[in-house]
Structures are given as structure tokens and as C-alpha cells.
Design a protein around this ligand. Structure first.
Ligand code: SF4
Length: 393
């Protein structure tokens, strides 16, 4: 008997972040179907105790990790455990993007049964399972430097929503890398709309964001129709210098029926006090403008998931993000709200570094948002950080 050992590395190394993964691994489920059809016996490896001890050349060994930190941990485990005789190079390991090509052969479906067996056998919970997972499209053209998604140069169609919907009555999680930027985005959002009209009782979620760099009226209208079925859509405005993104987010907000959340990156390339000042100003500029138009910002401190990157202002960032009450437009909300007296010097330090712009974190957000000079104030920040200002009004 030939075996296909499929390693869900995020589950094997789950100890540190037990809430992840929340979904079964799409790539491994496709490979499971693929190898079963080729006559292999499939073994999903999701706990360290199930890692096979011996390597046999007739078997296949494939691992998938969404989080690179887990992959590092897994490699260490294999190296240190002397009972495991599988050379790491014999396991084809990568992100799903590396290992999925075979699984995209038409006709290969997700085989959920190995995850069902896992739950039955070891009572391991995945927060969003049972569900349907899949991609309408694969690939992204942006190649952002912090993203794993840089393998492909175009966005191609891979499945229809009917093909993804295998588990009747269960929610659908679309994992598309950049659906909104697909050349067929209008068609895909129209299909979602049509499909959901006939499946009113199921939930659907688009896991990755709406790329706000390129909006057209046609795409906005199609997104608007499909957005009725999503509770939340995510977007990102990572580099404050791309302030045209804000103009586009205003348009997306106008057409969307779903709540919009927007990722805002901060803490990248910070080497001096001036970098820190500009970075906090750039972040607050995005944060307050987004709050003004009713989009919820999500702060994302730059850090890789191996936790190796920390800039030298790290303690100021973590203090700021922990103590400043984000997500609320309130007249109570300033940097000094609710901080214990022993931490006041850290807040003072941040205030001091912001110099003439200290008001951005010492004035309650509610007052800034309601200020009759709101636009002038935001423009003064835009001028300082040298970006083009777009009015939220
Ligand atoms: S747009 Fe999103 S999916 Fe595409 S490379 Fe950037 S972060 Fe990754």
C-alpha cells in the first residue's frame, strides 16, 4: 500500500496560537482527493504523535504551512527528534501556493473527510469548521514585500462558486488572494450575487481584502450587489503615501452594504525619532480619516510571524496600541485615558516626540472628528508627512 502523508503544519505546531488555524487546509484537502484517486491511502498528520517515523520512497510526504513561524518550528522538531527518520528534504514543504499546482487540475475537489476523521478521533476543533473553503481565482499581481503571495504574476480563474459549495448548508469561505483586482471581478461578484439569491440561508465570507488601488464604476456596482451577503469586507491602506486609496475607500463605502474594515500598517522602517513621529502621524491620519467616514481601522504593527523583527521604538508602539482606545469615536478617548500612573512617562514620551502634533493623541478623537476645522487639521498632517491630502468630507 502506498501512503500519502499530508502534514498540516499549522495544526502540528498549534500550541503557541491555539486559535489558529480556523479552517481546514485547502491545499491538503485537494491533495487528499488527488492522491486517493491515484490509489494512495491518505494520512492527514495534525498532531506531532502521528508524524511517521520512517521514510519510504514509495510514499509521498507533503507539508503545508500558512504561517512561516510554524514551518520554522516544524523543521526544528524534525531535526531534534531522533525517533523521526524522515529527512526534512524528503517532505515537500511550502505554502499552499508551492504545493497546490497539481490540485488545480479540473475535477479535483476538496476532500473534507480527513478533517472530519480528525475531529472524531481527537476532538480537535477548527473554529470555522464545518464549512466550505475554496478559491474562485488564484494569484495576485501586487507582490507586496511582506506577503507570501508573490509566486504568480496574474490572477486566474480556478473554480466556480458551485464547485466550491460541497457541504450543503454550511458557510462558504472564499480564500481568493485578490478577487477585486481579477480581470473578471465583475463577473465573479455577479456570480456571487446570483448564487446567494438561491442560497439565502448560508453565510459567505471573503477572507482577503478588497484591493482599493484600482476601482471602476462597474466593479463598484458588482461589489455593491454581492456585498449584501457579506457581513464585513476588508481593505487595506498600508502605505499612507498612497493617499489616493482613501479616495477609493470612500467610493467602496458608498456602494457597499457590508461593514468595511481597513488594515493600516505601522512601524515599518523606523530608525529615528523623526521616523517614529511621521509614522505615528501617518497612522493617526489614516485612523481618524477612516473613522470620520465610518470605516473601522485595524492597526497592524509591522512584525513578521517569526517575531524576529522589532524596531527600536517597539515598547512605545506596543504601549500606544495597547492603551489608546482604538475603534471608538469618543470624547473620552485620548492617550492618557485609563493608563496606570507608572506608565504615564511612556505616554509623555510619545506626546513629546510628536511635538507640535501632540494634539492628535491628546485631544479626544470625538472632538477631532467633529471639529469645524477637521479638514485643515488633517491637511496640516498631510503636509508635514508630505502626502497628497484627500478630504473626508
Ligand atoms: S495585495 Fe494582498 S494578496 Fe496581493 S501581494 Fe499584497 S498583501 Fe498579498
Amino acid at each position: 500500500m502506498k501512503y500519502a502523508y499530508l502534514f498540516d503544519i499549522d495544526l502540528i505546531e498549534r500550541k503557541k496560537y491555539p486559535e489558529f488555524p480556523k479552517l481546514p487546509n485547502h491545499c491538503l484537502m485537494k491533495l487528499s482527493d488527488y492522491y486517493k484517486k491515484k490509489g494512495y491511502k491518505v494520512r492527514l498528520i495534525y498532531l506531532p504523535k502521528y508524524i511517521p517515523r520512517k521514510y519510504e520512497s514509495t510514499n509521498v510526504y507533503i507539508g503545508s504551512a500558512l504561517y512561516s513561524g510554524n514551518l520554522v518550528q516544524f523543521k526544528k522538531r524534525l531535526k531534534l527528534n531522533q525517533n523521526i527518520m524522515i529527512p526534512i528534504e524528503k517532505i515537500k514543504i511550502g505554502t499552499p501556493l508551492d504545493t497546490c499546482s497539481k490540485a488545480e487540475i479540473p475535477g479535483i475537489k476538496c476532500d473534507y473527510s480527513e478533517y472530519d476523521k480528525m475531529i472524531q478521533r481527537d476532538n480537535i476543533k477548527l473554529q470555522w469548521y464545518p464549512c466550505n473553503v475554496g478559491f474562485l481565482t488564484r494569484g495576485c499581481i501586487r507582490h507586496c514585500q511582506f506577503c507570501i503571495n508573490r509566486e504568480r504574476n496574474q490572477i486566474t480563474e480556478v473554480n466556480t462558486i458551485d464547485e466550491i459549495y460541497q457541504k450543503e448548508g454550511q458557510p462558504i469561505y472564499l480564500l481568493d488572494d485578490n478577487l477585486f483586482e481579477s480581470p473578471n471581478a465583475v463577473k465573479h461578484f455577479n456570480e456571487i450575487d446570483e448564487f446567494m439569491k438561491n442560497h439565502k440561508n448560508i453565510k459567505i465570507s471573503l477572507q482577503n481584502g478588497i484591493d482599493a488601488r484600482n476601482v471602476t464604476l462597474e466593479k463598484l456596482k458588482a461589489l455593491g450587489k454581492a456585498s449584501k451577503y457579506f457581513s464585513t469586507l476588508h481593505t487595506a491602506w498600508d502605505n499612507v503615501k498612497n493617499s489616493f486609496i482613501f479616495k477609493n475607500i470612500i467610493e467602496i463605502k458608498k456602494y457597499s452594504h457590508a461593514r468595511i474594515k481597513c488594515y493600516c500598517l505601522l512601524g515599518e522602517n523606523i530608525y529615528s525619532n523623526e521616523d517614529f513621529k511621521k509614522d505615528i502621524l501617518g497612522f493617526m491620519y489614516r485612523y481618524i480619516n477612516l473613522m470620520k467616514i465610518g470605516v473601522q481601522p485595524i492597526n497592524q504593527l509591522y512584525e513578521d510571524d517569526r517575531e524576529e523583527f522589532k524596531n527600536k521604538y517597539w515598547n512605545l508602539y506596543t504601549f500606544f496600541l495597547k492603551n489608546y482606545a482604538f475603534m471608538k469615536v469618543s470624547n473620552m478617548q485620548t492617550i492618557y485615558r485609563k493608563i496606570p500612573p507608572n506608565q504615564k512617562p511612556i505616554a509623555d514620551k510619545i506626546v513629546e516626540m510628536l511635538e507640535e502634533f501632540e494634539w492628535i493623541i491628546t485631544t479626544p478623537v470625538g472632538k477631532i472628528v467633529e471639529d469645524e476645522n477637521f479638514d485643515l487639521k488633517m491637511k496640516s498632517i498631510a503636509d508635514y508627512i508630505e502626502i497628497k491630502h484627500y478630504s473626508a468630507n
